[in-house]
Design a protein around this ligand. Structure first.
Ligand code: PEP
Ligand code: MN
Length: 344
């Protein structure tokens, strides 16, 4: 539910309205626009329908949000969301988030080497998994906290925000100490307890689409996070399961304009997991930027044959450099910015 306030409402009136909403047992989200001030109200649907919101002095209109993903919807917010990711990097509203790094953190020297290379090429967010959701329990599961420490140290040294996956609600507190951005992996997109847990932090969340999730499922998962008070959700398409084994997954690039009609949240494309094939990644990265994505997510490794996870799909640093050069040109043509992290 959104309530639109009468024009020229004073701060005192607004505070009174917020107090009343709380008294009724709902949460609120105030946004003061140039033209109008609105308050989003979050609570159980049945109770909201019956609440006497229109009767509160100062309220002009009560507008129901019809979409099931309320705060993630364009009905709720028309302007594209823009989030600060740390070290001066932003995503959304014309700012591109260029995430690069290895699938897994494997050690300090190797991560340092890859991070230096991707930063020099223009990546503005460093990735690396410390807790890996592997299909086999006998595959490398990640370095855990030791890996998180390495990631944070290198992120600080290079002044780059870092993103790493959280797989379990019990890991949120630990990972929060080390990361700038949480990643929720495809396999956990509907782990609702995990979504609620990251929703009660203050860090941006990169939410990957489940491998058989619909676009609406993805938005409903974003809503879970937002409903807990954390509005900073970045959606990520990483391919869906298909009948065709010629690529690892099937990249749904139409999701970009599709989501633009539904939501104000930024959308990033991950052509690495979507295709699983390094030779396809440059074309799909460029196509993502051309389609209007708010960024790309690319796995890079300086020695893919030695990588402990997802080596076969990693780009070499020089291949990443080439595709970044092309993406920069594309971004410029479209009037978009790739914010450089604060210089060292
Ligand atoms: C990853 O980013 O390394 C990963 C495991 O991605 P996804 O959840 O999309 O499979
Ligand atoms: Mn991976």
């Amino acid at each position: 539910m959104i309530i639109v306030l009468k024009q020229n409402s004073t701060d005192k009136q607004i505070q009174h309205i917020l107090d009343k909403i709380e008294e009724m047992g709902f949460r609120h989200d105030l946004s003061r626009g140039e033209k109008r001030t609105v308050i989003g109200i979050i609570g159980e649907e049945d109770k909201l329908r019956e609440a006497p919101l229109k009767a509160i002095p100062g309220v002009d209109k009560v507008v129901p949000v019809l979409k099931p993903y309320k705060m993630a919807s364009l009905e709720y917010q028309e302007d594209p969301s823009v989030f600060d990711l740390g070290f001066g990097v932003k995503v959304g509203g014309g700012n591109l988030m260029m995430i690069a790094g290895p699938c897994a953190i494997e050690g300090k020297d190797i991560l340092h080497e890859i991070a230096m290379a991707v930063k020099a090429s223009g990546a503005n967010v460093l990735r690396g998994g410390a807790f890996k959701p592997r299909t086999s329990p006998y595959s490398f599961q990640g370095m855990g906290e030791e890996g998180l420490k390495i990631l944070q140290e290198i992120g600080h040294e290079l002044q780059m925000p870092v993103v790493t996956e959280v797989m379990d609600p019990r890991q949120v507190e630990l990972i929060d100490k080390y990361t700038d951005i949480f990643q929720i992996g495809a396999r956990n997109m509907q782990n609702f307890n995990l979504l609620k847990e990251v929703g009660s932090t203050k860090r941006p969340v990169l939410l990957k689409r489940g491998m058989s999730a619909t676009v609406i499922d993805l938005l409903m998962s974003a809503e879970y996070i937002i409903s807990q008070g954390n509005k900073e959700v970045i959606l990520c398409e990483r391919g869906v399961r298909s009948f065709d084994p010629s690529t690892r997954n099937l990249l749904d690039l139409a999701i970009v304009p599709n989501l633009r009609c539904l939501s104000h949240l930024p959308i990033v494309i991950d052509p690495s997991h979507a295709t699983g094939r390094p030779e396809l990644i440059p074309a799909m990265s460029l196509a993502s930027v051309a389609a209007g994505a708010d960024g790309v997510h690319i796995e890079v490794h300086s020695c893919p044959e030695m990588a402990k996870s997802d080596g076969p799909q990693a780009l070499l640093p020089e291949q990443f450099d080439d595709v970044m050069k092309q993406m920069k040109q594309m971004a410029e043509m479209l009037g978009k910015t790739i914010p450089a992290p604060a210089s060292t």
